[in-house]
Design a protein. Structure first.
Length: 429
């Protein structure tokens, strides 16, 4: 019984247009009735529906009747920023009402938006490596470029930054202080900096960072930079949310053996040794050389950095076979222009070969599975019978009479049994 139910859940999420709510309710059972399979949530109140429409209208930057003849006024730009902030708050909310509104908002934006000239840059590294400083230095450099003087077609005029701040496991709160380290970038008229809590989610991201990045793209931010919390060797979920994975390293942060270890170095597309200035310059150069030796042992999949399925390199002969290692300094600006050129090269080659498009398709499937898991757990938690059975199993856990793994299997079996009983009752009726 487990396989058919799981299969039905996946089909429900992946092919919502082919199912209606009544059929879904009969097939899955009462414990999953909190999840809607209909695109565009029909249960929104009239006021909530108007709120969603207004947010979608402002995010897309559409003119209002009082804005003049299509002229993008400063007030319209401000409305877009406010709507984007409200929408990110909406998708991050755990309120059932807000979740329905967020689902409806994303669905409407998907239908009306046609912006495909976007790029997601993920930046991660250990705590104190200078992630926020690099983000600001890079963002200001990009926004300071003259688009008319750039040979490359990709020269973002608007940059969004999603900075994830760790949440306390004791109080649940977050300082959200990354924005204070970007004092210049956050005041730039063409930049949008949004700090968000990790909310206890492991992997370096927030629970809904993917949706927040999508909202930034709907608001016509060509480049979205995602800065993770301070991470270790195994927090690699950022790779499922960005087009280019940039790993920041500290001077003296490891030797050749450290760089050879599997994990975050293995999934990185670019490695940058930061703080290459002053007394640390020589140490940073030594660290970069050690990592260059280590990444020479790594092999990326076909299509990475300008290679197609036949391993033929694109016309750009600068395409590397292994992740490049750069020296940078957020304080002096050393290496920032070279880093941006490298990012543009990666994007250009990845677009030509279709590697970035394929990567985004895989990412969407990853987040489908993750959101599906969350919906299943939420639905099970809200079912009275499941809660009662869970309390009974927890007593056995406290007494040491059952292993956690076996307890989880028993709880899942009770969920499936409850669903089957409800299906049988529905058929007899």
């Amino acid at each position: 019984m487990v396989r058919p139910v799981l299969l039905q859940l996946v089909r429900c999420s992946a092919h919502q247009h082919s199912l209606n709510w009544n059929h879904h309710q009969r097939r899955i059972g009462s414990i999953f009735t909190t999840t809607s399979c209909k695109r565009g949530i029909s249960s929104l109140s009239e006021d909530d529906d108007k709120t969603v429409d207004r947010l979608a209208h402002d995010i897309l930057g559409k003119s209002r009747s009082d804005d003049g003849d299509g002229y993008k006024t400063s007030s319209q730009t401000m409305r877009q920023r406010i709507a984007l902030s409200k929408s990110i708050t909406l998708v991050e909310s755990k309120s059932p009402k807000h979740r329905k509104m967020a689902d409806s908002l994303l669905d409407r934006l998907m239908k009306d938006s046609s912006n495909t000239n976007t790029f997601r840059l993920g930046i991660c590294g250990p705590p104190g490596v200078g992630k926020s400083s690099i983000v600001e230095a890079l963002g200001l450099y990009i926004l300071g470029l003259d688009k008319n003087e750039q040979e490359d077609a990709f020269c973002p005029q608007k940059v969004a930054v999603l900075a994830i701040d760790p949440s306390s496991h004791v109080t649940g709160g977050s300082i959200l202080g990354d924005k204070t380290r970007m004092s210049q970038l956050s005041y730039h008229s063409n930049a949008y900096v949004r700090p968000s809590p990790s909310s206890g989610v492991l992997g370096g991201l927030g629970a809904y960072t993917y949706d927040a990045a999508s909202l930034c793209e709907f608001a016509n931010y060509e480049l979205t930079i995602i800065e993770t919390v301070g991470v270790g060797q195994s927090e690699v979920e950022l790779a499922e949310c960005c087009d280019l994975f940039l790993l920041l390293l500290a001077p003296g942060g490891g030797d050749e053996l450290q760089g050879s270890k599997k994990g975050i170095v293995e999934v990185a597309d670019v490695l940058v040794v930061n703080k290459a200035d002053g007394e640390l310059h020589d140490v940073a150069r030594k660290t970069a050389n050690e990592y260059k030796k280590a990444v020479g042992l790594l092999r990326k999949p076909a299509g990475w950095w300008g290679t197609n399925t036949n391993d033929h390199v694109c016309s750009d002969d600068r395409s590397p076979a292994t992740p490049p290692v750069l020296l940078c300094s957020a304080r002096t600006g050393l290496g920032i222009p070279e880093l941006w050129d490298l990012i543009k090269t990666y994007r250009h080659n990845g677009k030509i070969t279709g590697y970035i498009d394929e990567k985004r398709r895989n990412q969407r499937r990853y987040w489908l599975t993750k959101y599906l898991r969350e919906h299943v757990l939420e639905a099970a938690k809200n079912d009275a019978r499941t809660r009662k059975r869970k309390e009974e199993i927890e007593l056995d856990l406290d007494n040491g009479s059952v292993a956690p793994r076996l307890a989880a299997s028993e709880l899942w079996s009770s969920i499936i049994t409850a669903s089957s009983e409800n299906n049988a009752n529905t058929k007899t009726e």
